[in-house]
Design a protein around this ligand. Structure first.
Ligand SMILES: [Zn+2]
Length: 273
Protein backbone atom coordinates (compact mmCIF):
# COMPACT_ATOMS: atom_id res chain seq x y z
CA UNK A 1 0.00 0.00 0.00
CA UNK A 2 2.83 2.40 0.95
CA UNK A 3 4.60 1.73 -2.36
CA UNK A 4 1.50 2.52 -4.40
CA UNK A 5 1.01 5.76 -2.50
CA UNK A 6 4.68 6.66 -3.19
CA UNK A 7 4.29 5.93 -6.91
CA UNK A 8 1.16 8.03 -7.12
CA UNK A 9 3.00 10.82 -5.33
CA UNK A 10 5.88 10.81 -7.88
CA UNK A 11 3.50 10.68 -10.88
CA UNK A 12 1.48 13.56 -9.49
CA UNK A 13 4.50 15.79 -8.88
CA UNK A 14 4.86 16.88 -12.51
CA UNK A 15 1.49 18.54 -12.77
CA UNK A 16 0.52 19.28 -9.20
CA UNK A 17 0.75 22.79 -7.86
CA UNK A 18 2.60 23.37 -4.58
CA UNK A 19 -0.71 23.80 -2.75
CA UNK A 20 -2.03 20.47 -4.05
CA UNK A 21 1.22 18.84 -3.02
CA UNK A 22 0.93 20.22 0.50
CA UNK A 23 -2.64 18.95 0.74
CA UNK A 24 -1.57 15.56 -0.53
CA UNK A 25 1.28 15.33 2.00
CA UNK A 26 -1.13 16.39 4.79
CA UNK A 27 -3.60 13.71 3.64
CA UNK A 28 -0.86 11.07 3.71
CA UNK A 29 0.19 12.16 7.21
CA UNK A 30 -3.39 11.95 8.51
CA UNK A 31 -4.00 8.64 6.73
CA UNK A 32 -0.84 7.25 8.37
CA UNK A 33 -1.86 8.47 11.84
CA UNK A 34 -5.49 7.32 11.79
CA UNK A 35 -4.86 3.60 12.36
CA UNK A 36 -2.55 4.50 15.29
CA UNK A 37 -5.21 6.66 16.93
CA UNK A 38 -7.84 3.97 16.49
CA UNK A 39 -5.73 1.21 18.00
CA UNK A 40 -4.03 3.10 20.84
CA UNK A 41 -7.07 3.83 22.97
CA UNK A 42 -10.81 3.39 23.02
CA UNK A 43 -10.97 -0.43 22.89
CA UNK A 44 -11.80 -2.99 25.53
CA UNK A 45 -9.48 -5.99 25.67
CA UNK A 46 -11.13 -8.85 27.49
CA UNK A 47 -9.77 -12.25 28.48
CA UNK A 48 -12.53 -14.88 28.79
CA UNK A 49 -16.12 -13.93 29.58
CA UNK A 50 -17.90 -13.17 32.84
CA UNK A 51 -20.75 -15.62 32.14
CA UNK A 52 -18.09 -18.37 31.77
CA UNK A 53 -16.51 -17.30 35.06
CA UNK A 54 -19.97 -17.32 36.67
CA UNK A 55 -20.37 -20.90 35.43
CA UNK A 56 -17.14 -21.90 37.18
CA UNK A 57 -14.61 -21.76 34.31
CA UNK A 58 -11.65 -20.79 36.52
CA UNK A 59 -8.90 -22.33 34.34
CA UNK A 60 -6.39 -19.81 33.04
CA UNK A 61 -6.98 -18.76 29.43
CA UNK A 62 -3.75 -16.80 29.03
CA UNK A 63 -0.92 -15.26 31.07
CA UNK A 64 -0.68 -11.64 32.21
CA UNK A 65 1.37 -10.82 29.11
CA UNK A 66 -1.42 -9.37 26.90
CA UNK A 67 -2.81 -7.13 29.62
CA UNK A 68 0.43 -5.69 31.05
CA UNK A 69 0.75 -2.84 28.58
CA UNK A 70 1.80 0.63 29.73
CA UNK A 71 -1.23 2.83 30.43
CA UNK A 72 -3.61 -0.13 30.60
CA UNK A 73 -6.14 -0.11 33.43
CA UNK A 74 -8.69 -2.68 34.45
CA UNK A 75 -9.69 -5.63 36.58
CA UNK A 76 -10.10 -9.37 36.63
CA UNK A 77 -9.23 -12.49 38.57
CA UNK A 78 -6.65 -15.29 38.52
CA UNK A 79 -6.56 -19.00 37.76
CA UNK A 80 -8.57 -21.00 40.35
CA UNK A 81 -10.32 -17.70 41.26
CA UNK A 82 -7.28 -16.85 43.39
CA UNK A 83 -8.16 -13.29 44.45
CA UNK A 84 -9.11 -10.02 42.80
CA UNK A 85 -7.08 -8.29 40.08
CA UNK A 86 -6.44 -4.56 39.86
CA UNK A 87 -4.49 -3.23 36.85
CA UNK A 88 -3.06 0.29 37.15
CA UNK A 89 -0.84 1.70 34.39
CA UNK A 90 0.09 -1.79 33.16
CA UNK A 91 1.00 -3.09 36.64
CA UNK A 92 -1.08 -6.06 37.80
CA UNK A 93 -1.90 -6.35 41.52
CA UNK A 94 -3.43 -9.41 43.16
CA UNK A 95 -5.56 -8.86 46.27
CA UNK A 96 -5.60 -12.23 48.00
CA UNK A 97 -8.31 -13.61 50.25
CA UNK A 98 -6.18 -12.84 53.34
CA UNK A 99 -6.18 -9.17 52.29
CA UNK A 100 -2.51 -9.07 51.24
CA UNK A 101 -1.56 -7.43 47.93
CA UNK A 102 1.14 -8.92 45.69
CA UNK A 103 2.46 -8.35 42.18
CA UNK A 104 2.16 -11.74 40.43
CA UNK A 105 4.69 -13.01 37.88
CA UNK A 106 3.89 -12.43 34.21
CA UNK A 107 3.50 -16.21 33.70
CA UNK A 108 0.53 -16.24 36.11
CA UNK A 109 -2.57 -17.50 34.32
CA UNK A 110 -5.93 -15.76 34.27
CA UNK A 111 -9.46 -16.90 33.32
CA UNK A 112 -10.95 -13.40 33.15
CA UNK A 113 -9.73 -9.82 32.82
CA UNK A 114 -10.91 -6.61 31.21
CA UNK A 115 -8.43 -3.83 30.47
CA UNK A 116 -8.24 -0.74 28.33
CA UNK A 117 -5.79 2.05 27.68
CA UNK A 118 -6.51 5.39 29.29
CA UNK A 119 -5.36 7.76 26.58
CA UNK A 120 -6.81 11.25 26.32
CA UNK A 121 -9.92 10.72 28.46
CA UNK A 122 -13.33 11.80 27.13
CA UNK A 123 -14.06 13.20 30.59
CA UNK A 124 -11.71 14.51 33.28
CA UNK A 125 -13.58 15.92 36.24
CA UNK A 126 -12.69 17.07 39.73
CA UNK A 127 -15.50 15.75 41.86
CA UNK A 128 -16.64 16.32 45.43
CA UNK A 129 -18.29 13.92 47.79
CA UNK A 130 -20.58 11.00 47.02
CA UNK A 131 -22.40 9.33 49.89
CA UNK A 132 -22.53 5.92 48.21
CA UNK A 133 -21.37 3.74 45.33
CA UNK A 134 -24.82 4.20 43.72
CA UNK A 135 -24.54 8.02 43.89
CA UNK A 136 -21.08 7.87 42.31
CA UNK A 137 -22.32 5.54 39.55
CA UNK A 138 -25.32 7.79 38.81
CA UNK A 139 -22.93 10.71 38.41
CA UNK A 140 -20.84 8.67 35.94
CA UNK A 141 -23.99 7.70 33.98
CA UNK A 142 -24.73 11.42 33.58
CA UNK A 143 -21.25 11.99 32.13
CA UNK A 144 -21.42 9.22 29.52
CA UNK A 145 -22.16 10.28 25.97
CA UNK A 146 -23.52 6.82 25.11
CA UNK A 147 -25.09 4.20 27.32
CA UNK A 148 -24.65 1.70 24.48
CA UNK A 149 -20.85 1.79 24.58
CA UNK A 150 -18.62 0.33 27.30
CA UNK A 151 -16.48 2.80 29.23
CA UNK A 152 -13.30 2.63 31.30
CA UNK A 153 -13.51 4.51 34.62
CA UNK A 154 -10.62 5.65 36.76
CA UNK A 155 -11.13 7.56 39.98
CA UNK A 156 -8.22 8.67 42.13
CA UNK A 157 -8.97 10.39 45.40
CA UNK A 158 -9.99 10.24 49.03
CA UNK A 159 -12.66 8.00 50.46
CA UNK A 160 -14.41 8.32 53.81
CA UNK A 161 -15.14 4.57 53.72
CA UNK A 162 -14.39 1.59 51.47
CA UNK A 163 -15.54 -2.01 51.77
CA UNK A 164 -14.05 -4.60 49.43
CA UNK A 165 -14.02 -8.34 49.05
CA UNK A 166 -11.70 -11.03 47.77
CA UNK A 167 -12.30 -14.68 47.05
CA UNK A 168 -10.44 -17.85 48.04
CA UNK A 169 -8.66 -20.02 45.45
CA UNK A 170 -10.87 -22.94 44.39
CA UNK A 171 -10.09 -26.59 43.71
CA UNK A 172 -11.49 -28.81 40.96
CA UNK A 173 -14.23 -29.70 40.38
CA UNK A 174 -14.88 -25.96 40.45
CA UNK A 175 -18.06 -24.56 41.99
CA UNK A 176 -19.97 -21.73 40.32
CA UNK A 177 -18.85 -18.17 41.03
CA UNK A 178 -21.87 -17.59 43.28
CA UNK A 179 -21.01 -20.69 45.32
CA UNK A 180 -17.34 -19.65 45.56
CA UNK A 181 -18.38 -16.15 46.70
CA UNK A 182 -20.17 -17.62 49.72
CA UNK A 183 -16.66 -18.00 51.20
CA UNK A 184 -15.55 -14.48 50.23
CA UNK A 185 -13.62 -12.32 52.72
CA UNK A 186 -14.91 -8.79 53.23
CA UNK A 187 -12.58 -5.95 54.21
CA UNK A 188 -13.95 -2.87 55.95
CA UNK A 189 -11.11 -0.52 55.09
CA UNK A 190 -12.48 2.74 56.55
CA UNK A 191 -11.06 6.06 55.31
CA UNK A 192 -8.64 5.53 52.45
CA UNK A 193 -6.71 7.29 49.72
CA UNK A 194 -6.65 5.25 46.56
CA UNK A 195 -7.95 4.34 43.13
CA UNK A 196 -11.15 2.86 41.80
CA UNK A 197 -10.82 1.25 38.40
CA UNK A 198 -13.40 -0.56 36.33
CA UNK A 199 -15.98 -0.48 33.60
CA UNK A 200 -19.47 0.46 32.68
CA UNK A 201 -20.92 -2.16 30.30
CA UNK A 202 -24.19 -1.75 28.34
CA UNK A 203 -27.01 -4.31 28.46
CA UNK A 204 -26.13 -5.84 25.08
CA UNK A 205 -22.81 -7.05 26.55
CA UNK A 206 -24.61 -9.50 28.89
CA UNK A 207 -23.13 -12.46 27.00
CA UNK A 208 -19.60 -11.14 27.47
CA UNK A 209 -19.44 -9.19 30.68
CA UNK A 210 -21.76 -7.92 33.43
CA UNK A 211 -24.06 -5.06 32.35
CA UNK A 212 -23.75 -2.03 34.60
CA UNK A 213 -20.75 -1.13 36.74
CA UNK A 214 -17.91 -3.31 37.96
CA UNK A 215 -15.26 -1.56 40.07
CA UNK A 216 -12.14 -2.71 41.90
CA UNK A 217 -10.20 -0.67 44.49
CA UNK A 218 -6.54 -0.37 45.48
CA UNK A 219 -5.29 2.01 48.17
CA UNK A 220 -2.42 4.38 47.40
CA UNK A 221 -0.02 2.37 49.60
CA UNK A 222 -0.83 -0.74 47.49
CA UNK A 223 -1.52 -2.63 50.69
CA UNK A 224 -5.31 -3.17 50.52
CA UNK A 225 -8.07 -3.41 47.97
CA UNK A 226 -10.32 -5.83 46.11
CA UNK A 227 -13.72 -5.92 44.42
CA UNK A 228 -15.50 -2.72 45.55
CA UNK A 229 -18.69 -3.63 47.44
CA UNK A 230 -19.45 -0.17 48.81
CA UNK A 231 -17.73 3.16 49.33
CA UNK A 232 -18.24 6.83 50.12
CA UNK A 233 -16.14 9.44 48.31
CA UNK A 234 -14.66 12.59 49.84
CA UNK A 235 -13.31 13.96 46.54
CA UNK A 236 -10.85 13.39 43.73
CA UNK A 237 -10.34 13.15 39.98
CA UNK A 238 -12.52 11.07 37.71
CA UNK A 239 -11.43 10.04 34.23
CA UNK A 240 -13.70 8.31 31.74
CA UNK A 241 -12.74 6.76 28.40
CA UNK A 242 -15.70 5.62 26.30
CA UNK A 243 -14.80 2.58 24.20
CA UNK A 244 -15.66 1.90 20.57
CA UNK A 245 -14.30 -1.61 20.17
CA UNK A 246 -14.13 -4.94 21.99
CA UNK A 247 -11.55 -7.70 21.56
CA UNK A 248 -12.11 -10.98 23.40
CA UNK A 249 -9.39 -13.61 23.91
CA UNK A 250 -11.06 -16.99 24.45
CA UNK A 251 -9.54 -20.19 25.90
CA UNK A 252 -8.70 -22.95 23.39
CA UNK A 253 -11.30 -25.18 21.75
CA UNK A 254 -10.05 -28.11 23.89
CA UNK A 255 -10.55 -26.21 27.17
CA UNK A 256 -13.11 -26.31 29.99
CA UNK A 257 -14.64 -23.22 28.36
CA UNK A 258 -15.61 -25.38 25.37
CA UNK A 259 -17.30 -27.95 27.61
CA UNK A 260 -19.19 -25.58 29.89
CA UNK A 261 -22.84 -24.70 29.95
CA UNK A 262 -22.51 -20.92 29.89
CA UNK A 263 -25.59 -19.00 31.02
CA UNK A 264 -26.25 -15.27 30.54
CA UNK A 265 -24.64 -12.73 32.83
CA UNK A 266 -27.41 -12.54 35.41
CA UNK A 267 -25.66 -15.45 37.15
CA UNK A 268 -22.80 -13.02 37.86
CA UNK A 269 -25.22 -10.32 39.00
CA UNK A 270 -26.55 -12.77 41.59
CA UNK A 271 -22.99 -13.35 42.79
CA UNK A 272 -22.63 -9.59 43.31
CA UNK A 273 -25.51 -9.37 45.75
ZN1 LIG B 1 -14.88 -7.84 40.68
Amino acid sequence: MGEYRGLFFIMSMKTASLRTLRRFVAFLAIAALLPLCASATGKLLQVGTLPALAAGVFDGATTLEPIQRPESYGLGTFENLDGEMVVLDGVVYQVKVDGSVVKPAVATKIPFAAVSLMGEPDVTASVGSFASKEEFQNYVLGKLQSLNHPALLLFEGKFTAVTTRSVPAQKKPYPTLAEACLAQAEFTLGAQEGTLVGFYCPQWMAGLNAPGFHLHFLNSGKTAGGHALSFAVEGGTLRIQELTGVQVLLPGVDSAFAESDIAPADAHSKAEK
